[in-house]
Design a protein around this ligand. Structure first.
Ligand code: PMP
Length: 444
């Protein structure tokens, strides 16, 4: 595609220092990065600093950031309240591994927002979902987990199944396979993760009947934000919960991305569902590594006699707890939500108008503080719909917007943008202007 070549050439021309650093990094780090998600072609940007909604790369290019660290920064970059709070805490020591009074304050704030009674803290979304799954297995005495095809819940063996299987291995939509998404996952572990299609209640019921009394939990990202934007249809989540109850199976909401971002109380509040366990991370920590998982007191009582394990050197560390408290009590306050949701409506509407006017083969979907331009011909209801995405056009969009000084969303056509408390109407305007300029190239 000639247009894409032009866009890539421009990207390379603008970022020679990033290219150089990347090539040196590759000598000592596989793909030159610390997370597979950051390895992009022709090379990732290397960022020198970030503040508010702006980022500057090592070549001195300025960007308005709409990725916000894969949605972890609804506070924006270097929020002044966080800079102050974290610096003060640093002076008092960053790590004690002995309890700190603020932890339970933060737990109470989460309990106020979410329908949960007890909380434990961890460092990443992966840890939160891993411990929630273990709790569910311990509580029910069962081993199988049901997840949805295409869903990402973290980088450990049980979760890395049915992630993004290639189309040729998918088989019949009613029976998605339990394909491990990495080498190094023992087959008996992968086999214990069963896979259903999102929005397919009949598929979940089939699995629950077939594996009767052996399924511990169903884990679901209530809005599948690892498939661009894939919304639950009708009352899918409420009916999924009923189905879980019918079979004595726990329902785990993975709210790593939706939690505190589509409503103060996440998808639980937005969809009015009270799952058995809720997993949180990303935006609750204001950019510091903070995760939490919470649920019913009775389930969490399993920790009381030490029969079930959760722990970690950095779990509930003072810096992250401080950052979490400031984020949830001083930054993500009701007025901030109202403002961000208004800005997001403006961005979504603006993008839709540009898509229409230029006749782009794309959709614009969004929820809460998030949105995405999806190069598909119909709404994404599950992983198989997501595979219809025109990835070449998406690449032109992402790199082309970078060339115009906008990081339009997380890198990866399964990602979306996140607006932060620091985004302004002017930022939105700049996004729309850049998209409008790029659109004729994307149509070709
Ligand atoms: N669950 C979901 C829904 C996620 O989007 C992610 C990360 N993108 C994770 C879990 C894992 O979180 P982390 O990268 O913090 O381990």
């Amino acid at each position: 595609m000639e247009t894409l070549d032009l866009i890539v050439r421009e990207y390379i021309k603008r970022t020679p220092t990033s290219a150089q650093i990347h090539s040196e990094a590759q000598e000592v780090m596989p793909l030159g990065v610390s997370s597979n998600f950051r390895a992009i072609q022709p090379h990732p940007l290397h960022i020198a600093r970030a503040s508010g909604t702006r980022m500057w790369d090592v070549d001195g290019n300025e960007y308005i950031d709409f990725n916000m660290a894969f949605g972890a920064l609804m506070s924006g970059h270097a929020h002044p309240l966080l800079v102050r709070a974290v610096s003060e805490q640093m002076q008092k020591g960053s790590l004690y591994c002995i309890p700190k009074p603020e932890s339970s304050q933060l737990a109470r704030e989460l309990i106020r927002r979410f329908p949960i009674e007890m909380v434990r803290f961890a460092n990443s979304g992966s840890e939160a979902t891993m411990h929630a799954v273990r709790l569910a297995r311990a509580y029910t005495g069962r081993e199988y987990l049901i997840k949805f095809e295409g869903g990402y819940h973290g980088g450990y063996d049980t979760a890395l199944v049915g992630l993004k299987p290639p189309a040729r291995l998918l088989g019949h939509p009613a029976h998605p396979p339990s394909l491990p998404a990495s080498l190094g996952i023992p087959a008996p572990v992968a086999e214990r993760t069963l896979v259903a299609g999102f929005n397919d209640l009949a598929g979940v019921r089939r699995l629950l009947e077939r594996y009767h009394n052996r399924v511990a939990a169903v884990i679901v990202e209530p809005v599948m934000l690892n498939l661009g934007i894939c919304l639950p249809q009708d009352d899918f989540l409420a009916r999924l919960h009923e189905l879980c109850r019918e079979f004595g199976v726990l329902l785990i909401f993975d709210e790593v991305k939706t939690g505190v971002k589509i409503a103060p109380g996440g998808a639980c509040e937005y969809y009015g569902v009270r799952p058995d366990l809720v997993c949180l991370a990303k935006s609750i920590g204001g950019g510091l590594p903070l995760a939490a998982f919470g649920g019913r007191r009775e389930i969490f009582s399993l920790y009381n006699d030490f029969s079930t394990f959760h722990g970690g050197t950095y779990a509930g560390n003072p810096l992250s707890i401080r950052a979490g408290l400031v984020t949830l009590t001083q930054i993500l306050v009701p007025e901030a939500y109202a403002r961000i949701f208004d800005l997001n409506r403006m961005l979504l509407e603006g993008c839709r108008e540009i898509v229409r006017r230029h006749g782009l083969p794309a959709r614009v979907d969004g929820i809460g503080s998030m949105g995405a331009i999806l190069f598909v011909d119909r709404p994404i209801a599950n992983y198989r719909d997501f595979l219809r995405m025109d990835t070449t056009r998406w690449r032109g969009f992402w790199l082309g917007m970078n060339n115009l000084g906008i990081i339009p969303q997380g890198v990866g056509f399964d990602e979306q943008w996140t607006l932060s408390v620091q985004h302004t109407q002017e930022d939105i305007q700049r996004y729309l202007e850049a998209f409008d300029r790029l659109a004729p190239m994307l149509r070709s």
